[in-house]
Design a binder for this molecule. Structure first.
Ligand code: R5P
Length: 299
């Protein structure tokens, strides 16, 4: 079994970390972009029995996805019979239904494309809604990172956990019960056309409390900024944020700082953006644990 470090930003570092835990050899996939914009990949290895390809779907997501498909075919061409994809961040996961008439279910298309390019097993971290994985015809696992993260960070029952929207409530409830913390949630509405976020006003019991907002993704930072302002206005002493994926698009970091967020904790599913406000937690050991359960099994 060989680990192939993929081509997208953040994949090499993740692959190295995973290889260290699993005690496996890593081969760095080579890639280039042709002058016309097309992607080229190559795995320089004489032959492959089975391959774990690490390709996170970081920006530019479309290239990351296409290159992941090419890497599966490259591995197949080298003789690999078992090809596993580790995509710590899975792009398009939030488009998991037709919110507006005429839209695609993007994540289902992505998962099918990965399967038909050669992957039969897929591991990712917190795929927004686990049900989306049913579109992948092979074995698909979404690793839940939060318990591992709170242990590393040292979050305990002294904190209040907050779900910034109803979608995040299930994960926050599970986590709060685990550590004996209080929890609450907000009701957020997003305009599906403009992307504008409205957080409904609500009284929260956070006076003189340290609060951790728990969500799967920070993208524009709109959700977390609005929640943070509300929390600080209601007397919270500190607001921390714990997310699986720190996309931090555009001026998200600035927005978070301005809103008064004290610290963001995120996994290394995406390449690091800021060493000040964001602290990255290496999640590779948790994925390694999950994969190890399967490695001995026949495929
Ligand atoms: C939404 O359903 C997700 O769980 C996140 O709350 C959302 O994607 C965050 O996006 P943004 O940072 O742009 O508000």
């Amino acid at each position: 079994m060989t680990i192939i470090a993929g081509t997208s930003p953040g994949s090499r570092e993740f692959a190295e970390s995973l290889a260290k835990v699993l005690g496996m050899e890593t081969v760095h996939a080579r890639y280039k972009v042709f002058p016309d914009g097309e992607s080229y990949v190559r795995i320089e290895k004489d032959g492959l029995d089975s391959a774990i390809i690490v390709q996170t779907m970081s920006k530019p997501q479309n290239s990351a996805l296409v290159e992941a498909m090419f890497l599966a075919d490259a591995a197949k061409g080298l003789g690999a019979r078992r090809i596993v994809l580790i995509a710590p961040y899975m792009a398009y996961a939030r488009q998991d239904k037709r919110f507006l008439h005429g839209e695609p279910v993007s994540i289902a298309v992505v998962l099918r494309a990965l399967y038909y390019s050669g992957y039969r097993e897929l591991y990712t971290v917190e795929i927004h809604k686990e049900e989306a994985l049913s579109a992948f015809p092979g074995k698909a696992v979404s690793v839940y990172p939060y318990e591992y993260m709170i242990e590393k960070i040292g979050i305990n029952g002294d904190y209040v956990l907050l779900a910034p929207d109803v979608g995040a409530l299930r994960r926050v409830e599970r986590l709060a019960k685990k550590i004996g913390a209080q929890y609450d949630y907000l009701i957020k509405k997003r305009d599906r056309v403009t992307g504008e976020i409205i957080v409904e006003p609500k009284h929260l019991k956070v006076k003189e409390k340290k609060v951790v907002i728990v969500d799967d993704i920070i993208s524009t930072g709109g959700t977390v900024s609005k929640a943070t302002k509300l929390l600080l206005d209601q007397g919270a002493v500190k607001v921390y944020v714990m997310v699986a994926h720190a996309l931090l698009a555009g001026n998200a970091l600035e927005r978070l700082e301005k809103a008064g967020v004290s610290k963001v904790y995120a996994t290394n599913s995406l390449p690091p953006k800021d060493a000040g406000l964001v602290e990255y937690i290496d999640i590779a050991p948790l994925l390694a644990e999950e994969i190890s359960k399967e490695l001995g099994k026949d495929f």
